[in-house]
Design a protein around this ligand. Structure first.
Ligand code: PMP
Length: 384
């Protein structure tokens, strides 16, 4: 059986989430907008889940808009609010997920101004010089992720939001897709107007997420149609997926301290043993990171080759970002951190989850040593 170390790409569906979803898939017919008993049952499942998701991030349920995932929520956060900007001037970090970078570039092609936050060598957005950067051109809309999916590096969202507000930035968005369920996450503490969540990154179903919004925010729906989600996202709700999302959110909230401690124990053990390998580099090691993520490179081993070898040996990891794993360009995150291209092409990510164990981590390290020992000695050298 393959050992799964790719939880940042997608985490296994929790059995408890599946349990609440199954009856909604199989036995219960109807539409949550219908007034009959079946409809009311679905409505009640959806509203309970809205409460659960809202509690995970410390907001009221009316602030949660269910979407088809993090990608839709990121698109909605940008495209649903940008029309309220006088002359769109946007700012974000170059290490965001494609589901934010691409809509930003779309708007740039249509004439919006787009500027970038600076990222330091540790993978963290730099606070130094931020006020000046925000002065010219003055952005009206700014987005910064809470945790990076590749390095796991945590971003100073609350600090950036405070400085940005002082400088007159009107709309602040945070992609918290990778942070939810892994570290404490409070919408109000971040001081943003919009926040993206995705269910499948913490044990909920794929194809489900949410955009969390500040009460009273002016906002235009992307999908026009029926009045679902307070007219912010039309279309019949997928009650089963929403219920699974709610359950996963409730479990994440209840189990957060244990999860953090366990995942950190796995990663600490992994990294201590990883450093037995000559010249190994851990990206973002100097910064605060998600407890479950280790993005590393063995200088003499190409990342995708290593990934295939590990796959054959029964371990599922990711090279660069799993979302663009068919592309062999170096990761845009490592490029923004100023990592040398050859080293960046060797990058491999291990992202741990609650069903992993220290024994599995040891087996992965043994497999790494095994692969390395099979290389001809001349190739095993780390050139410095
Ligand atoms: N943002 C980040 C930081 C992500 O890691 C991902 C998923 N890789 C997304 C957004 C997109 O989420 P989804 O898969 O739910 O569309």
């Amino acid at each position: 059986m393959t050992v799964y170390f790719d939880h940042n790409a997608s985490s296994p569906l929790l059995p408890e989430a599946l349990e609440v979803m199954l009856p909604l898939f199989s036995g219960r017919h109807g539409n949550a907008s219908s007034l009959h008993g079946s409809g009311r049952l679905l409505r009640s499942a959806i509203e309970s889940a809205r409460d659960q998701v809202a509690r995970l991030v410390g907001v009221g349920p009316q602030q949660v808009i269910f979407t088809s995932g993090g990608t839709e929520a990121n698109n909605l956060a940008l495209k649903g609010t940008v029309d309220t900007c006088a002359s769109p001037s946007l700012m974000s970090s170059p290490i965001e997920h494609a589901s934010l970078l691409e809509p930003l570039r779309q708007l740039q092609r249509k004439g919006a101004q787009l500027s970038w936050l600076e990222v330091d060598a540790s993978g963290r957005v730099a606070l130094e010089g931020l006020a000046e950067r925000l002065a010219e051109p003055q952005p009206e809309w700014l987005s910064l992720q809470r945790a990076n999916n590749e390095t796991g590096v945590l971003q100073p969202v609350a600090e950036v939001a405070e400085i940005a507000r002082r400088q007159g930035v009107r709309l602040l968005h945070c992609d918290a897709t990778q942070a939810a369920g892994k570290i404490p996450l409070d919408f109000n503490e971040l001081g943003v107007d919009l926040m993206t969540l995705s269910a499948h990154k913490f044990g909920g179903p794929q194809g489900m997420g949410a955009l969390v919004i500040r009460p009273g925010l002016r906002f235009e729906a992307l999908l026009a149609g029926g009045p679902q989600e307070q007219q912010r996202r039309a279309g019949t709700e997928n009650a089963a997926l929403i219920a699974g999302f709610g359950k996963a959110a409730e479990m994440a909230q209840n189990q957060l301290p244990e999860r953090q401690a366990f995942l950190l124990e796995l990663r600490t053990h992994f990294e201590a043993r990883l450093k037995e390998i000559d010249g190994v580099v851990i990206f973002g090691e100097a910064a605060e990171r998600l407890p479950n993520t280790c993005f590393f490179a063995i200088p003499f081993y190409h990342g995708e080759t290593l990934l295939m070898e590990l796959d054959k040996a029964g371990f599922a990891l990711a090279s660069g970002s799993a979302c663009h794993s068919e592309v062999t360009r170096p990761s845009h995150v490592l490029t923004a951190m100023g990592v040398d291209e050859d080293l960046a092409l060797n990058a491999v990510r291990a992202s741990f989850g609650m069903e992993n164990s220290l024994q599995q981590v040891d087996r992965l390290i043994d497999a790494l040593h095994n692969r390395i020992n099979q290389l001809p000695p001349a190739l095993r050298q780390h050139s410095g």
